[in-house]
Design a protein around this ligand. Structure first.
Ligand code: C2O
Ligand code: CU
Ligand code: CU
Length: 497
């Protein structure tokens, strides 16, 4: 920890000790409203597991309705929000086992067209829920596929062309947990010792509505952090180990998740699933869209605070500030009981998936990020930017030539970043990777086994303002010898000209 962040950290801790107001983001010089006084800590909301039924073919069927509602995040303030599955904000947690056939039916009761994208899923392009699968108001869209990927913490959110940030910001985001038959031996009782933490941040207008005004080029930044929609949450813990599945669902803010005294955490999973082996870390940086699964050790009766601490995004200070990376604030207070059920040790081996093989990479593609453009192009929903052979492993290079803190998310793909000094057998599985300014990230990218010569997948920056601004390309995945479409029917939404 640098002296500066140490000071910030202690300052924030001391301030927190004297007041119940602890979850507001410290030192908001971002142009967002000043930090507000927050209510006393309250129990962390746990998103319910989505109910499902079996159809005659044995498929797991989930019905989701996206609809407007009203939430109360701050005392006495009603906030108009959007949610899935009857929740006014957020969405129920979907879950499926590897090998299961799922049917996800989404009904749109919003006043405008949306889509529902299954972020991180390996699936046919028609089921992906990107800009080419619009759901008009009143309509129902169905996505069906066989879940075939290792256990992972995925999520779902809207992806309408040019309007993703607004739809997500209104509240549309939920988790999708994939389980497989490999017994990992990690805590797995949902809401008990396997706890989701969906991190978002919002600013509020005086009337309680979310403030949707852009004040900087990184995107919408809030002064109040919501964890599963709860402001200033605590969690009562009954076991000696807790697995936390952390999702950064913020439009723009990045987090560095750490314990109050930077005590070690055990990182067990990233976007694409479990690590080959657990890793001891003192914090995890999550840019928008990224996930981490961490295991926290607790002692009976000893409270801990999970925080987000300031961190380096490789950006100059004004931009670091605008991405929220200078801020230090509490995320969740952990309140262990005086007696704790003892949890098994974290297993030494987790994922059994063979690493991607760099020597088998069919080719290298290069993507230069400059302004909010990729290879000089803005999103055109009718253009085919890349064509990839089904199930291919390739090397993709992402070069950020811009001052903004971009990241890159590839649909339908499993990604392993090539980091010097990290052996193949230790590479984490990703689908969203940070690309700091003036750096190049080289990664192995393997696309899924579903070919479709007409319907594209997306690759884009997951800072939602950048994505909406057109920092997105489209790629087709085709079978050998299959002829890819030369253009795609336009998707509804904003025109980038
Ligand atoms: Cu999480 Cu293309 O999105
Ligand atoms: Cu995605
Ligand atoms: Cu970006």
């Amino acid at each position: 920890m640098s002296p500066l962040s140490r000071r910030r950290f202690l300052g924030a801790t001391l301030a927190a000790a004297g007041a119940a107001a602890v979850a507001s983001v410290a030192g908001c010089a971002t142009g967002a409203p000043p930090p507000r006084t927050l209510p006393a800590r309250r129990p962390l909301a746990i998103p319910p597991l989505a109910p499902s039924t079996r159809d005659a073919a044995g498929r797991r069927v989930v019905e989701l309705v996206a609809a407007p509602g009203t939430s109360t995040f701050l005392p006495g303030l009603a906030t108009p929000t959007w949610g899935y599955g009857g929740l006014p904000f957020g969405g129920p947690t979907l879950h499926a086992r590897r090998g299961e056939d799922v049917v996800l039916r989404v009904t749109n009761r919003l006043p405008e067209t949306t889509t529902t994208h299954w972020h991180g899923a390996t699936l046919p392009a028609r089921a992906d829920g990107g800009p080419h699968q619009p759901i008009a108001p009143g309509a129902t869209w169905e996505a069906a596929w066989r879940v075939d990927q290792p256990a992972a913490t995925l999520w779902y959110h809207p992806h309408p062309h040019g309007a993703t940030e607004r739809h997500v910001h209104r509240g549309l985001a939920g988790l999708f947990l994939v389980d497989d038959d490999v017994p990992a031996g990690l805590p797995d009782r949902y809401g008990v010792d396997d706890v989701p933490l969906v991190l978002t941040d919002r600013a509020f207008a005086p009337d309680g509505a979310f403030d949707e005004q852009h004040r900087n080029a990184v995107g919408l930044l809030g002064d109040t952090v919501l964890v599963n929609g709860t402001v200033a949450p605590y969690l009562e813990v009954t076991t000696s180990r807790l697995r936390l599945r952390v999702l950064n669902a913020s439009p723009a803010r990045s987090y560095r998740v750490a314990l109050d005294d930077e005590a070690p955490l055990t990182l067990v999973g990233t976007d694409g699933g479990l690590l080959p082996a657990p890793r001891t870390v003192d914090g995890v940086v999550l840019t928008p869209g990224e996930r981490a699964e961490i295991v926290v050790d607790l002692r009976p009766g000893v409270r801990r605070v999970l925080r987000s601490v300031s961190h380096d995004l490789g950006t100059v200070n004004g931009i670091t500030q605008a991405a929220g990376a200078n801020d230090t604030f509490d995320l969740l207070e952990l309140r262990p009981a005086d007696r704790l059920e003892s949890s098994p040790a974290v297993p030494a081996r987790l994922s059994r998936e063979a690493p991607l093989d760099a020597t088998a990479a069919a080719r290298t593609r290069r993507f230069v990020l400059s302004d909010n453009r990729i290879n000089g192009r803005g999103m055109d929903t009718t253009r085919v930017d890349e064509v990839v052979e089904v199930a291919a492993t390739e090397i993709w290079e992402f070069a950020n030539r811009h001052t903004q803190p971009h990241n890159i998310h590839v649909h339908d793909a499993r990604i392993q970043v090539l980091e010097p000094g990290v052996p193949a057998a230790e590479r984490p599985w990703k689908d969203t990777v940070a690309v700091p300014p003036m750096t190049t990230v080289r990664a192995l990218v393997r696309v899924g086994p579903h070919a479709d010569p007409e319907v594209p997948y997306m690759l884009h920056c997951h800072l939602l303002r950048h994505e909406d601004d057109g920092m997105m390309l489209q790629f087709l995945v085709v079978a050998p010898g299959q002829r890819p479409a030369t253009s795609i029917a336009a998707a509804p939404g904003h025109d980038h000209g």
